[in-house]
Design a binder for this molecule. Structure first.
Ligand SMILES: [Zn+2]
Length: 259
């Protein structure tokens, strides 16, 4: 079989990566898989289109999370879930369903604690337990974390950076957990929708799961495309571990630390 120039380039690149990984002591197979994933997966910006990411915190549970997953299936939208380790352990089948449907799963700590009040060791445990649990269920280690309550300080960012994770905040917060009317939640999101935005919702709150349908239907009419958070960030800036993002361009950078 004749190799195309492109294929030859790719094979050489792959060999180079394997060699480098050998010296760095990292798992070459895992690094290679991530590298190929980077090359092939991410969406390229199309002129005139708008892009947005829906994120859902505090799950999974057995009632509103599956309901939301049905809505995302029907509307063919990929979202990002920031899950709690202790709930992921209780409901592994829901996590498995999220992963199999192509949604992104991020780390929302193990027990929803206010991370800046903890020591660095305890912050690390909150991330590690959840990462291990998600790795065990899905075979993939999360690269994104969202601190409970959006509470960030230097220690939180520094631990995230040590674990090769990016810190994800949000652009639009409708305070959905205070609202029982799903149309009111949807309207708040639709009114504030903008290109590159990250929307904060809670799948533990049933009206928010129901609001997703109206949000998706209306914003699709307005030429928005829904992406996972990693995909959204890769399109505009690229995902950097230890950086803090509140939108696709990573508007907040003040907590960025060097390792
Ligand atoms: Zn939360």
């Amino acid at each position: 079989m004749k190799m195309t120039v492109k294929l030859k380039f790719f094979v050489l690149l792959a060999l180079g990566m394997l060699l480098l990984c050998g010296f760095s002591g990292r798992d070459p197979v895992e690094d290679m898989e991530e590298f190929i994933f980077e090359l092939t997966k991410y969406t390229k910006r199309v002129e005139g289109k708008k892009y947005i990411a829906l994120t859902f915190d505090d799950g999974p549970n057995m009632i509103s999370t599956p309901l939301l997953l049905d809505i995302l299936d029907e509307t063919n939208v990929k979202a990002t879930f920031f899950v709690l380790g202790e709930l992921a352990e209780q409901f592994p089948d829901v996590i498995k369903r999220m992963a199999e449907a192509g949604h992104e799963i991020g780390n929302h700590s193990y027990k929803h604690l206010e991370l800046p009040t903890l020591s660095k060791t305890k912050i690390a445990s909150q991330l590690d337990y959840t990462n291990l649990c998600l790795l065990d269920i899905t075979g993939k280690r999360p690269r994104l974390m969202r601190p409970p309550f959006g509470s960030v300080n230097k220690n939180v960012v520094s631990v995230a950076s040590e674990k090769d994770m990016a810190v994800i905040l949000w652009t639009i917060d409708p305070k959905d957990w205070l609202i029982t009317n799903s149309a009111a939640i949807a309207n708040k999101v639709i009114k504030n929708a903008e290109d590159g935005a990250i929307v904060l919702l809670h799948d533990a709150h049933k009206p928010s799961a129901l609001a997703a349908k109206a949000i998706i239907e209306e914003l699709k009419k307005q030429d928005f495309e829904f992406l996972t958070v990693s995909d959204l960030i890769h399109m505009d800036r690229g995902l950097e571990f230890g950086a803090v993002y509140k939108d696709s361009k990573g508007t907040i950078d003040k907590w960025k630390t060097s390792r």
